[in-house]
Design a protein around this ligand. Structure first.
Ligand SMILES: NC(=O)c1ccc[n+]([C@@H]2O[C@H](COP(=O)([O-])OP(=O)(O)OC[C@H]3O[C@@H](n4cnc5c(N)ncnc54)[C@H](OP(=O)(O)O)[C@@H]3O)[C@@H](O)[C@H]2O)c1
Length: 320
């Protein structure tokens, strides 16, 4: 019907990245269905405070392992942004905690999309699905043709990497075999202001850097993107990409020492920064987002991401 607003669904709407996707979609006048696992919980309160949420956001109770719940949430939607996935690095039972929700969950999403006559789904993958490739020539910038190798990941027991690689490749295959346009986006480490009140894994990297008590960080070389730029990238590929494409979404490659000495210490001299922040050459990853930039994607400068992040942790009472 002329003038009717487009309806789309965001899975895992209350998460760090998904909250910004919901925010962007509402600001562009989409009607948004958001899936959450425990409606009514205070951890989703920020969603209802977003501008236009009262008119245009509807939350649905859904779990990735519950097909029918996804199917109901997708009803009437022309697009789905599949953002939900367990974002944890250390697990005791990789199958149950990571692989099942990620792999079976993504297939449930895709099948429910077909049944609900969704036209396009944007799947949020990760550079974890790109970087674990021992055959890629050393020093060569990694682009979308580079895939993490499942057998290699298994030998390294990097289960999170497998939980992003398998669903992404299966999603692109599924799209080819079915009447569903699938596009995947592989973000690097996502930083930027939090909308939610709890701390997600990637934001804890920056919180750990300023909170003190650490001798050194786990990662001393950061390949990162701002969460707001990621949300823009997801909407851009939703509207502009050909089906079946894959995009790396990353903006900055920077050593933790430079993060602290150039950007954080001058603005926040009193935080208790770790002592050992130097990185080795092996820690460096070189990735290209040129393909996404050719579609028109731009990104903000790194200092804006860092400072806005810290201000949001202060506002949330996570750091002083
Ligand atoms: N942050 C990064 O640095 C980064 C980098 C690359 C890729 N990614 C990808 O980006 C996406 C979002 O990550 P994030 O950083 O925003 O993490 P997050 O804040 O932890 O969000 C993860 C979301 O997934 C949902 N979820 C997990 N298991 C689920 C299940 N079984 N059923 C339904 N929902 C489930 C969670 O729902 P509840 O709120 O109900 O718990 C939560 O909303 C993930 O796909 C992640 O792999 C993140």
């Amino acid at each position: 019907m002329a003038g009717e607003k487009e309806k789309v669904c965001v899975t895992g709407a209350g998460g760090f990245a998904a909250s910004w996707v919901v925010n962007l979609l509402l600001s562009k006048d989409y009607v948004v269905h958001g899936t959450v696992r425990q409606p009514g919980e205070s951890k989703y309160a920020h969603l209802n405070k977003l501008e236009k949420a009262s008119e245009n956001l509807k939350l649905f109770k859904a779990d990735l392992l519950d097909y029918d719940s996804l199917r109901s949430a997708f009803e009437g939607c022309s697009g789905v942004f599949h953002v939900a996935s367990p974002a944890v690095l250390s697990v005791t039972d990789p199958d149950q905690e990571l692989l099942e929700p990620a792999v079976k969950g993504t297939l449930n999403v895709l099948k429910a999309c077909v049944e609900a006559k969704v036209k396009r789904v944007v799947v949020v993958s990760s550079i974890a699905a790109i970087v674990m490739n021992p055959d890629w020539p050393k020093g060569q910038v990694k682009d979308e043709t580079c895939w993490s190798v499942p057998e290699y990941i298994k030998t390294m027991k990097k289960w999170y990497y497998l939980s992003k690689t398998e669903p992404e490749s299966q999603a692109l295959e599924f799209g080819k075999r079915n009447e569903l346009e699938v596009v995947t986006v592989c973000p690097s480490v996502v930083l930027g202001p939090i909308l939610q009140s709890t701390l997600n894994l990637s934001s804890s990297l920056l919180v750990g850097t300023i909170k003190g008590g650490l001798e050194s960080l786990e990662y001393n070389y950061w390949t990162l993107v701002d969460v707001r730029d990621l949300a823009e990238a997801l909407l851009l590929v939703y509207n502009k990409s050909e089906a079946g494409e894959r995009y790396i979404c990353t903006s900055h490659e920077i050593g933790a020492e430079e993060v602290v000495e150039k950007y954080l210490r001058p603005a926040y001299p009193n935080y208790n920064y770790p002592n050992n922040l130097t990185h080795t050459e092996e820690e460096k990853e070189h990735l290209s987002s040129k393909k996404l930039q050719r579609l028109g994607w731009t990104f903000r400068p790194v200092d804006e991401t860092l400072i806005d992040s810290i201000e949001s942790y202060r506002t949330a009472g996570i750091v002083d």
